[in-house]
Design a protein around this ligand. Structure first.
Ligand code: FEO
Length: 394
């Protein structure tokens, strides 16, 4: 696919990774991804915004060759992570006069990660501008999107924000701009949930900081460009600022059916009480789907059998991830079955210290669930419904 012009003398020169299915050896990519890189030909200077994953550096170089780019003055490195900076050494080799523009923190990380010589860098302060002649790049420091060194770049003349990972989506598409808002909403929410949600307080500050900029277009470093920025800005505001919703997320494992019966009973009890439930059998769950559900949920109920004297290891894994993602959850509980004993509740509580949620009375039954266990599940459902109502979670 050739480089394409998105505005006068501004081109996309990055790569679409249709086939990648895993990021960080952890995050599922059901729709692939893209590594967006943009070339800006100013009247006096030329700048490249980010590079691409090193596995696709030849595609970037081909795009630059197609456009006849003989000189690059600046390579803006928003972020040191390899999916955007991994092709920097190749670009700097091809354009020996190019300087890397980065935050001071990013400079240090790029030296550590890619051994780029110190003399190749120009560091910029927050709000600093660098002219390309007929237009200027304004750098907006935005630490913790989702590493500590990140920044964004604003092109005032175009009302164009290059937003680094912020507002991105892991979505391989040859549409330059968002065409299917439903599909992009899901992909961007997945991306937010997995990458940005743990840094929600920083993202809040960045949303406040860019509020006064005239933004007509957002060009993220993954996924399609937003020519209707309010679509993604409003979505982010909702994910970041809104109160949780009247939703219970219920990830569980069942080995011999008892925990499954408890889950089924509780889902029915919550449904009767007007609570939305999102149930995940962890043996078959895309953890991205679980992360998406955690963005809005008020409560998580973890369902686990007792095995090896504790919670099922797959449940521990899911709880550990939920803890790392730091969702807005307000309530938590645990249900499940055990054969003779164990410390499922204590061990699960030990892996979720970041979840500042109120623990509702767990329901653990010995063997198969019996009348008293179902009563306890009814009681748990009533408590959840009442708590959600008290907080006006809609
Ligand atoms: Fe897309 Fe954090 O790199």
């Amino acid at each position: 696919m050739a480089a394409r012009e998105i505005k006068s003398n501004i081109y996309t020169v990055g790569a679409i990774d249709w086939d990648r299915r895993l990021f960080d050896a952890l995050i599922p990519l059901p729709d692939g991804t893209s590594y967006n890189s943009y070339l800006i030909k100013g009247s006096e200077k030329t700048a490249l915004i980010d590079t691409v994953d090193p596995t696709m550096e030849d595609i970037l170089i081909n795009h630059l060759n197609q456009l006849g780019v003989e000189n690059i003055n600046y390579v803006v490195a928003h972020h040191a992570e390899q999916d955007h900076s991994g092709a920097l050494p190749k670009v700097l080799e091809k354009y020996p006069q190019a300087k890397v523009i980065a935050t001071p923190k990013c400079k240090g990380m790029l030296i550590d990660l890619l051994t780029i010589p110190e003399k190749r860098f120009i560091t910029v302060d927050d709000k600093e501008t660098i002219s390309l002649g007929d237009r200027a790049l304004e750098f907006i420091h935005a630490p913790w999107v989702h590493w500590p060194e990140t920044m964004l770049t604003y092109l005032r003349e175009e009302g164009l924000l290059f937003s680094c990972d912020l507002f991105g989506s892991h979505l391989a598409t040859n549409d330059l701009y968002v065409t299917d808002e439903g599909q992009v909403y899901e992909a961007a929410k997945r991306y937010y949930a997995e990458i940005m949600m743990p840094f929600r307080t920083s993202i809040e500050k960045h949303l406040e900081k860019i509020k006064d900029y005239q933004i007509d277009t957002i060009a993220p470093s993954h996924g399609p460009i937003y020519d209707n920025p309010s679509f993604i800005l409003n979505a982010y505001r909702s994910w970041v600022f809104d109160e949780p919703k009247n939703i219970v997320v219920l990830p569980y494992i069942s080995m011999h059916g008892s925990t499954h019966r408890m889950v089924g009973y509780l889902v029915e009890a919550l449904t009767q009480r007007g609570v939305t439930v999102k149930q995940f059998d962890l043996t078959a769950t895309d953890i991205g789907k679980l992360a998406i559900a955690l963005v809005d949920a008020a409560t998580i109920i973890i369902g686990t059998p007792t095995v090896l004297a504790g919670p099922h290891p797959i449940v521990i894994y899911a709880a550990f991830l939920a803890n790392a993602l730091r969702p807005k959850l307000k309530f938590i509980s645990i249900i499940g079955s055990y054969g003779w004993g164990g410390r499922a509740v204590e061990q699960l509580a030990g892996v979720i210290p970041n979840l500042k949620a109120e623990l509702l009375e767990p329901v653990l039954c010995k063997g198969v669930p019996k009348e008293d266990d179902f009563k306890a599940l009814d009681s748990l459902a009533t408590t959840i419904a009442e708590k959600h109502k008290e907080h006006n979670f809609a």
